[in-house]
Every structure is written in C-alpha cells, then in structure tokens.
Design a protein around this ligand. Sequence first.
Ligand code: NAD
Length: 494
Amino acid sequence: MTTQADIDALRRETIAPQALFIDGAQLTGTAEPMAVTSPIDGSALTTIANATSAEADLAVASARAAFTDGRWSRLAPAARKKTLFAIADAIEADALALSVLGIRDNGTEFGMAYKAEAGSAAATFRYYAESVDKIPGEIAPTAPGTLGLVHHEPVGVVGAIIPWNFPLMIGAWKIAPALAAGNSIVVKPAETASLSLLRLAEIAAGAGLPAGVLNVITGDGRVAGDALARSMDVDVLAFTGSGMTGRKLLEASAQSNLKRVYLELGGKSPNVVFADAPDLDKAAAVSAAGIFRNAGQVCVAGSRLLVERSIHDDFVAALKTHAEAFKVGDPLDLTTQIGAVNSETQLAGNLRLTEAAISDGADCITGGKRILEQTGGSYMAPTILTGVTPTNTVFRNEVFGPVLAVTPFDSEDHAVALANDSDLGLAAGVWTANLSRAHRMIGAINAGVVHVNTYGGPDNTVPLTGHKQSGNGSDKSLHALDKYTNLKTAWIQL
Ligand code: NAD
C-alpha cells in the first residue's frame, strides 16, 4: 500500500541532468540541454539532452549494429521472452519511483499514473513476452511439387516518437511488440515527458536487454524526431501525437526511404447518451471521469457529449456536479483526482480554444479558467460548454484538455450524424439499455473503439486503432505485431 510519506520522500529526490541513452550507455549531448520544468509548481526539475541530428543518427546506427549482429534479433524466441518478462518484473519493482518521476515531469494524478503508466507498461511487456513463441509462420496450400512458406521477420530498426500524456504506457505499446518481434528501436520521448522513458531504458538494460537494442534520444522533436523520420536506416516509424506532426512524418518518409509510418493521432470522441441508458447516474459519473481525468489529456477522452434532448438538462446538471466535485491539484497528493495540465503552452491553448468556443456561441456553465495559480503550477478547472453546434470550432477541434462540449440530439439518426460529423474517428461511447440500438450504433459510428455503457479500458487484448484522420495501424493486441514485422515468402520447387 503506497503511503503519502513514500511519495513525498521520492518527490524530494534531486534529478541529475539527463544524458541520451545510446548503445547501452549514457551519452552527454553536444547541444545546449533543455530545461525541464515541473507542471506541478513550475519548479526547475533537471535538464534533458537536446539531441542533434548527428546524435539521432548515432542512435540509429547503434540500433542497426545490434540488429545486424543478431544479439537480439537472432536470439531464440524463448530467450527474448525471458528478457521481456524480466523487464516487466523490473518495471513493477520500480513502479513507485518510476511513477513519481513521471508525474513530476508531466503532471498526471498519481491514482491514474501509477496504474496507467508503470502498471500498464509492465502488463504490456508481459503480454508481448507471452506472444513471442505463439505466432508460427505458414505453409501455403500450394499445388503438389511446390512448397510456399510464409515467414514473419522483424523489420529491422524501428523509430518510435512518443507524446507527453502517457509516455510509459504509450512507449511500452510500441517498444514491447517491436522488441518481441526481434527489432531494435530508437525512442524519442516528448520534450515535456522524457524522464520515465530514460529510466525505462536503464531498467531494460539492467534486466538483460543487450546494448543498442533500445536507445532513447531526447530533445526537440523538430530536430531529433525529424532526424528519425528522415533517416535512411529506420525501417518503420511508429508515432503517437498530433495530426500536424503526423503529416510531417509522412512527408519525411516520402522524401527519404519510404519507411512505413504508423500514426496514432488525436480524437474528438463522441459520447452518446440516450434517454434509455440503464443507469444515468453511472453514465454521468463515468462520462465526467472520461473527459476530466488526467486533465482531459487522454487521446480517447469523450470530449463531445451528445445527449438526447429529453434528458439534456438533468444530465448536464449531474455532470456539472461531478465536474465541480473533482479535487484538482498537486498530482502527488493521494487525495487529488485531477492533476496538472502538462505545460504552460498546453494550458494557454486550452484557454484559447475555450474562449473561441464561447465567442462561437457556446455557454460555459462551469470552469473555463486557470486555477491554483498561486502554486506556480499549470491547472485548469473542469470545463463544460453547452449549446455547442456543429459550426462551433470546439465541436470538431481537439482541445486535449479538461473541456467538454455538449450538443443535444433528437433521434438515433441525428445522434449518428452528429457523431460522425468529424474528421477524426478514434473512440466513441454509447449509453443505452437497448441491445439492438447498441449494435446499430457500434456499426454506424466511424471510430476505432466504441464503448457501450462504459468508457475506457486499459486491457492489452484489444487494438487501439484510429479511423479517419485519427491514424492508421494499431497499438495493443496481437495486431500491433504486424507493424513491426515483414512477411517473407519462400517458394520452393520440390
Ligand atoms: P506532438 O505531435 O506535438 O508531439 C508528439 C511527439 O512528436 C513528441 O515527441 C515531439 O517531440 C515529436 N515531434 C514534434 N514535432 C516533430 C517533427 N517535426 N518531427 C518529428 N517529431 C516531432 O503531440 P503532443 O502534443 O505531444 O501529443 C498530443 C497529441 O497526441 C494529441 O493530439 C493526442 O490526442 C494525441 N494522442 C493520441 C493517442 C492515440 O493513441 N491515438 C494517444 C495519446 C495522445
């Protein structure tokens, strides 16, 4: 059982200036380091190296050398599996320190970070460890006298570019299947959330992962991330982040070696509440958590509430009660329910988009402002905007903050039309007791995941896939392994 005293001891630890992690060792960057500011109180935490493109190339070369000499790629699957399990155990053993470090860096409340970051990363390593020797190749049903064999091969060097909201969880979603498939990897964390992934690289090395197989380069995405995207020696790029950066990565691939680029992008996910929902109180509580936890910095957050007109006023009133009851504040206080916004830049963007929504005609019925400014940290009150029409900017633009846009609907068809009136298609929610309606909605909503009478689910067994401009490819589940493998056919004349 974690106590406040355990957390407080860890939060006082000094964090040494951070180096790059290349070829199993720390490498001090040559460029001026970047300052790391905690969103909890605006204090200076440490510095991270600001990798140059030459240093990114060095990391790629180290990954390539490790791949080519087979120190990981040609290990017996059972040996890779053992190491991946050891990494999972080591993450778990270090879970508290890892969580506190990550929270000081990115501001997620402890209750969520401990489970969704360290806990989920360990579970992800275990899930893919178990997969290593469970996916055989194929013998094709060819004509007599010929033999067609289909092999699954690692692609070689994977580049992974990670956002700041759940660096360990999202990092593990890419690192674990890439390693399970036998690849080497270079990871580029976000500027404002690099510390826990740097620690993960050390943990993996300590658990027996050979040098060069997992490298971490930190710094400016436009330099270090761009160098990975343009590298002629990165075979697959796996990205989670904004659509704007995703577009640049596709261009960089086209201008370099045509590497496969997998994009997990943003969402403006509709959460559709029908009057016949089995438990409207539960729907309100879960919907409020689904947009406000981690200060709304969740890719699948149900940020557009579509609610049947007959229950609109009561449902919105219940949501407002939940929004105002959340305890927002120091994410390392065990009683806090919603932590900090990741950075001052992100907070300014949240406030700007909220003001734009209000000038487009929405009513702000709660929140809409910065709070706890005296702490020096970046905090925003849970915000509900009602009367949001499809012409309002906030109906379709992702805020990625604790801001809920509410729109009433009059019929099932109307709900579907509103739900699909977006360029994004990451996630959705549907609340109804009508089984046929639930299935009709699952079929009709164009999104990678549709939750019914719940919202969110951390399980690794199912894929997370963006539809429309929310991305391509899948993180999680056995499907993620497809991203990190090539098919190879052997055609043999007998
Ligand atoms: P971002 O695109 O600004 O940054 C993401 C990463 O890209 C960072 O590591 C950054 O350093 C790097 N980067 C920035 N510019 C780059 C460039 N020119 N070339 C290469 N790399 C570059 O996104 P963000 O603000 O960190 O993340 C928030 C976004 O991520 C939101 O849109 C959110 O919805 C999305 N997200 C999606 C998922 C999902 O699974 N679909 C999960 C979490 C977050």
